[in-house]
Design a protein around this ligand. Structure first.
Ligand SMILES: [Zn+2]
Ligand SMILES: [Zn+2]
Length: 400
């Protein structure tokens, strides 16, 4: 594709997104006003799929056997770019991760790309990916082929600053259950085996371990059940933990140390400990450098300038986009919608997710993604560089 055509296509998608802006903002605010948790994003699923079909694009509801997922593909030839929409919310604090913005920006990019795909000789796959806040909708969808044949996958996430990367850690969720022996806590404590003591010791072992892990590792947990009544020696207790590490590989080593800490609590108290490693662990995010370079180049004209250099000692959150990044070249840039220092997952952030800065992030994010997708369609050398950076595509066991 020559440069004139590439620039003409970028202008077209930009104008299409301008024309869609009021609808995109409306759907963002609608999703924000109807926060839904993991796997039950029925309202968002309905309004988003209606918007796709209202724009003349065929949409598959409950795609890839995931009830609240969707998919729409346009284009009959050329490279395939996947644009992802997230739309799940958090318990109690609603859209404090601003996934309403992710959904609207993805929708804008997807519809704009759909309008030029045939002319450009490229394909776009717009994917609605539920259950990012734990659960792993993208992983379930990937198992059913959602990323088969995809040359590049992208999404944007709101934040307190513009950033190339999320620095996502790999994370494994684990439930620890301790079982001991109930007894009267005053008359016959010697007959009891205290499952709360076991859990507390397990917790304290991890508290000691935390001094001796890498700055990019995180272990954090809560007690779910601690016993029923003080005069009964607790028979059964339960804790919920997240274990995070810089890579999926290093996570496996940290999991062993965490297991030893938790099990030691049981050994010391004569209790049993059962660890349930919850399915769909999230992998770290492997940002594709050439794709990120193209994104950054398109981003600069919107005044969103940032370094694309890796920041290896910064620990971020975790996302199932990490698993996608092991399957196909992927990026997960961050867009400022809140003042610096306003953290994701706070009620304050939820307010910024429907602010004027939120609207600007939807429009900018949609345009930057659409322009970057056009670069992928247009440039064989960019695609070659992306594949070089991606490497051999080996997927460690457990990522999928
Ligand atoms: Zn979040
Ligand atoms: Zn999020």
């Amino acid at each position: 594709m020559n440069n004139d055509l590439r620039e003409a296509l970028k202008k077209k998608v930009s104008e299409k997104i301008d024309a869609l802006t009021s609808d995109l903002v409306a759907i963002s605010h609608d999703i924000h006003a109807h926060p839904e948790e993991n796997w039950v994003e029925y309202h968002a699923h309905r309004v988003l799929t209606e918007m796709v079909s209202d724009n003349g694009v065929r949409v598959e509801r409950s795609a890839y056997d995931v009830e609240t997922a969707f998919a729409a593909e346009v284009g009959s030839q050329g490279p395939t770019v996947a644009v992802l929409c997230e739309y799940d919310a958090l318990p109690g604090i609603g859209h404090a991760c601003g996934h309403n913005i992710i959904a609207a920006a993805g929708m804008g990019a997807g519809l704009a790309l759909a309008s030029v795909a045939e002319e450009a000789g490229g394909r776009v796959r717009l994917l609605g990916t539920p259950a990012e806040e734990g659960g792993g909708g993208k992983i379930e969808m990937a198992r059913k082929g959602a990323f088969d044949g995809v040359d590049a996958a992208m999404m944007v996430h709101p934040s307190d600053e513009d950033n190339a990367r999320i620095n996502a850690l790999a994370v494994q969720h684990v439930l620890a259950t301790y079982v001991g022996q109930a007894a009267h806590a005053s008359m016959a404590p010697h007959l009891g085996k205290n499952a709360l003591d076991a859990a507390v010791l397990g917790y304290m072992n991890i508290a000691a371990l935390r001094q001796h892990i890498l700055p990019t590792e995180r272990i954090h947990g809560v007690f779910l059940r601690g016993g029923d009544k003080p005069n009964i020696v607790p028979k059964e207790t339960e804790m919920d933990w997240y274990v995070r590490s810089a890579t999926f590989e290093s996570l496996q080593e940290l999991k062993k140390r965490v297991a030893a800490c938790l099990e030691a609590g049981a050994h010391g108290t004569g209790c049993h400990c059962k660890l349930e490693w919850v399915k769909n662990p999230f992998a770290d995010m492997k940002d594709n450098a050439p794709l990120l370079g193209a994104y950054a180049a398109n981003s600069a004209q919107f005044g969103r300038v940032f370094s694309t250099e890796p920041t290896p000692w910064i620990a971020g959150a975790s996302t199932d986009m990490g698993n996608v990044s092991y399957l196909v070249p992927s990026i997960h840039p961050m867009l400022a919608v809140a003042p610096k220092g306003v953290s994701l997952h706070t009620p304050e952030f939820a307010e910024h997710a429907i602010s004027a800065a939120g609207t600007k992030a939807i429009v900018d994010g949609a345009k930057i993604m659409a322009m970057t997708a056009i670069d992928v369609w247009a440039s064989a050398s960019l695609r070659e560089q992306m594949l070089d950076d991606f490497g051999d595509g080996a997927v460690p066991e457990g990522v999928l």
